[in-house]
Design a protein around this ligand. Structure first.
Ligand code: GLP
Length: 233
């Protein structure tokens, strides 16, 4: 694990974006990018838009809420289209978002199979205040794959701003094992409210009640945080 601390979220975003853009442009193979949603990543995607068009061949989102229309502004499909693909010059549809209509079990299996066919080169990852990654909530199995999950009330409250109150109750998410299969993981966290989760990770002890700690055994984990978060640990 390699930790890098930045003065502020903007400086973090500029440097991580330039690094991702350099890795994409120097790749000798078709580059596959894993993307995270959430407010933390907005400055990063804004900084990455300076490198548009970003030449990725494929991408995967981590998760999607169940029960929303795909054009609902709170859906991750909407986020991926409007905050990632369009500003970064990526052809719409290049980044796959879990399909949450129809048969969930076969949709989850086929999403997982697609990722395993074209492994993710860099997975951009955030963390929830309660230590969740993707939507793998506290107590999630380390061997979990893409599946439907029930969100904790903490997460529904934390992510509620887009939904006039509470976020939906269920979602489909890549599992912890799916996330760990990425070749490199870039974990980005800013602000004091992520201090407990990141503090647990930095102590390197795997704790099922903080899924983010499962990342500590990944061979190529970079952790990017800001000064405010570091001070709060
Ligand atoms: C959601 C997403 C996560 C993201 C987390 C943090 O729950 N499923 O992938 O990391 O939010 O969001 P924020 O960056 O808004 O704090």
């Amino acid at each position: 694990m390699k930790l890098e601390v930045f003065e502020n979220p903007q400086q973090l975003a500029e440097l991580v974006a330039s690094e991702i853009a350099a890795r994409v442009s120097s790749a000798s193979h078709n580059f596959v990018l894993g993307v995270a949603t959430g407010n933390t990543m907005i400055p990063l995607y804004q900084a990455l838009s300076k490198y548009s068009p970003l030449a990725i061949s494929r991408g995967f989102a981590l998760d999607e809420y169940i029960g929303l229309e795909s054009d609902d502004v709170g859906s991750f499909a909407h986020y991926v289209r409007h905050s990632i693909e369009l500003p970064l010059g990526i052809r719409p549809g290049t980044i796959l978002v879990p399909e949450v209509t129809g048969d969930f079990i076969s949709a989850a299996e086929s999403f997982e199979a697609e990722i395993m066919k074209t492994p993710i080169d860099i997975q951009i990852l955030g963390v929830g205040r309660n230590g969740h990654i993707g939507f793998n909530e506290p107590g999630s199995d380390a061997g979990s794959k893409t599946r439907v999950v029930t969100l904790s009330s903490d997460t529904r409250i934390d992510n509620g701003a887009d939904f006039e109150g509470l976020a939906p109750q269920r979602a489909m998410t890549q599992g912890i094992a799916t996330i760990l299969a990425a070749r490199a993981i870039y974990l980005v966290a800013t602000g004091a409210n992520k201090a407990q989760a990141i503090g647990k990770l930095l102590h390197c002890e795997i704790d099922d009640s903080f899924p983010v700690t499962q990342l500590s055994n990944h061979p190529d984990l970079r952790v990017f945080i800001d000064h405010e978060l570091q001070q709060a640990i």
